[in-house]
Design a protein around this ligand. Sequence first.
Ligand SMILES: Nc1ncnc2c1ncn2[C@@H]1O[C@H](COP(=O)(O)OP(=O)(O)OP(=O)(O)O)[C@@H](O)[C@H]1O
Ligand SMILES: [Mg+2]
Length: 309
Amino acid sequence: MTDGTLVERVKEALRGAGQGNAGEGSVPAQLVQELLKVYSAQGEVVEAQQNVMLYIRGLIHDALADLMIVNSSLELLQGWIETRTHDPELTEIGVIGTTAVWRIDPLLGLVSAVCQGEMQELELNPTYASGFLGQYQAEWQHAFTTRLRSRRLNAQDYSLQISVPEQYFCVNCNNNGLYHVVQNLIYNAVDAFAEARLPRGTISIGAREQEVSTQQEISHGTLPAGNYVVISVSDDGPGISHDILSKIFEPGVTTKKGMGGSGMGLYMVRRMMIHHQGYVHVVTQATQEEGSKGGTTFELYLPLVTEFS
Ligand SMILES: Nc1ncnc2c1ncn2[C@@H]1O[C@H](COP(=O)(O)OP(=O)(O)OP(=O)(O)O)[C@@H](O)[C@H]1O
Ligand SMILES: [Mg+2]
């Protein structure tokens, strides 16, 4: 492994040597050039490695979504076997299957964490919203363009704008978990652009602090009074139709049957928000409504942490 600052210092020293001002025992200019080439090649290798890691994490995310379906199907099947057939052998086979799925799930999570370069449990840590958005913006941009490509949309016609707030709002969060929440919302927005065949589209991500003085009804539940940090993901896509809006957080609800959608994305989003003691509010406007401009905003309400310990 290389130390970034060390590499920079060595490069600087080599440049100095190449200009002949390194004093006694200076390195020949040609050797300096060669070494600089080696350093830049090394940088390219590291970048390529990071891209592969990001790609693997994307694949793992999809695999985990499928695994959840296998898991719930197996559980249903097991219940059916137990109540209908009372066959101990079949019950045993069911148990073997479900146990195997339970083993794979944390394994994939672990591989994903390793790809990210650090081992993470699902524990919550005090984090500045600005730091969180800043840390992941490059990865979300990458996920965004990859998703555009997979939906055969031209990257030049769509944009992802991430505004990192200047203020320091703190939340208790599992960075990896919340990263996936936002990524799911980005994927959904891109899919919506593709489904509606929109020629252009923009997704905007931001964060703000919000005081809620009295308990409020929100799109899918009740928001208790309190101080929150709200992370919002908005798109100017076609909006969510009224027939499914009330059910979007239920597992298996999807309008993308032919496009590989499993309807697990928002279910996972909700579960992760519950883990964070947070809430999700959805504001949506369908395009066809009075010819209006459509769009959807997912607001993630996370309790504000006032003391950064
Ligand atoms: N930003 C959005 N714009 C329009 N419709 C949306 C948006 N986000 C979600 N939806 C609708 O909600 C449904 C459920 O979303 P969810 O993420 O749970 O499942 P999915 O995207 O269909 O499949 P998966 O996420 O498992 O690949 C989608 O199929 C889509 O119809
Ligand atoms: Mg989805």
